[in-house]
Design a protein around this ligand. Structure first.
Ligand code: SF4
Ligand code: SF4
Length: 342
């Protein structure tokens, strides 16, 4: 779990995680790596876009209500150990929350004060597929500082890159040796090995059209027979951004708080419009989620909504795997009519 740390010993030294569909196990490593794990159930999303936050409050006055906006405290925060897929996820949420005509001021205020220290993945998890999503394992951009942990029986050190003047200023304060070509060779070898170990792959060629053309594919029914509509996949996903608001009043009706909480397209009420829910079946909700992630997100934001972190696969209690579901549809797509319909 990501949380506050005060010293190096607060990092999960010597621990790793074994990940598979519906499985996450912490295991001791045979070394003292500081970043020898991959990604857990939480993502940095919880700090930039908290699961529940107060947006405003209002107090009854003599002749009406006094409304007072609630903004997050201006605090400097460093995200230490952020992975390449997660940098991409933050870039996606930046687009969602701040690039359109309506800027989410709560998100923007938090985002402005964050320092990003990336760690390149030298040992991907069993459910990772960042290589096929072009999002990893090496952090290419979007960080202030990036680190590659090099560890063996005889050595333990970090290769550091700076991405911004802020990162450069920090590195100047840290004792270090200049970069040479041996470091470059070592880092390249670690990254190549990591790419080869990638747990999964998703074939993204024409995936938007594929999913749009297969909205009536029988696989949606098959996956719905297993899916519990529990919403875990959306809660752990670092890019999912849906939320709901509720107003909570006191018993006297003199004070009200407006709260925003994470919501999910897997919840029946999420698609409620007057008269009922638009997506009544689990089949329609799973299809909505996957088609949004891999297809309509491109139309909406010009990018995929998936960064290949594998969390939705690992934390699905029945092990539903987005890469497998997409592959099944690709292997046997519905026949297309000449007009392009099914
Ligand atoms: S859809 Fe799944 S694999 Fe893709 S970013 Fe979200 S949690 Fe990660
Ligand atoms: S796909 Fe898995 S995690 Fe997502 S709602 Fe269905 S059962 Fe839950």
């Amino acid at each position: 779990m990501y949380g506050p740390i005060r010293c190096v010993e607060d990092l999960p030294i010597g621990w790793t995680d074994r990940q598979e569909a519906g499985t996450y196990r912490l295991e001791p490593r045979n070394d003292s790596a500081l970043f020898g794990y991959v990604v857990g159930p939480t993502s940095w999303k919880k700090f930039l876009f908290p699961p529940r936050e107060k947006l405003w409050q209002a107090q009854k006055t003599g002749n009406g209500f006094q409304v007072e906006a609630q903004f997050p405290p201006q605090e400097n925060t460093a995200f230490l150990g952020i992975r390449s897929c997660e940098l991409h996820a933050i870039a996606i949420q930046d687009k969602v929350f701040t690039a359109g005509p309506f800027v989410d001021s709560h998100y923007r205020l938090r985002r402005e004060n964050v320092l990003l220290i990336a760690v390149n993945c030298t040992q991907p998890g069993g459910a990772c597929f960042c290589v096929s999503m072009n999002t990893g394992p090496k952090a290419a951009q979007g960080f202030d500082l990036s680190l590659t942990e090099v560890i063996s029986a005889s050595e333990h050190y970090f290769i550091a890159h700076t991405g911004t003047p802020k990162g450069e200023a920090i590195l100047r304060e840290v004792p270090h040796q200049p970069w040479d070509e041996n470091h470059e060779k070592k880092e390249n070898a670690l990254m190549k090995a990591s790419e080869r170990q990638m747990g999964r792959a998703l074939d993204t060629r024409g995936i938007k059209e594929l999913l749009y053309q297969n909205a009536e594919h029988p696989q949606w029914k098959k996956v719905a027979d297993r899916c519990l509509s529990c919403a875990n996949c959306t809660m752990v996903c670092p890019t999912c951004f849906c939320s709901s608001v509720e107003d909570v009043t006191d018993l006297k009706g003199e004070h009200v708080d407006r709260w925003r909480s994470w919501d999910s397209c897997f919840n029946l009420e999420f698609s409620y419009i007057h008269g009922g829910s638009a997506r009544k079946s689990t089949q329609s909700r799973y299809r909505q989620w996957m088609t949004h992630k891999l297809a309509s997100w491109h139309d909406q934001f010009g990018t995929s909504g998936c960064v290949g972190c594998g969390r939705c696969i690992v934390w699905c209690p029945v092990g539903i795997d987005i890469t497998k579901e997409a592959a099944i549809i690709r292997q046997a797509p519905l026949p297309q009519t000449q007009e392009g319909g099914t």
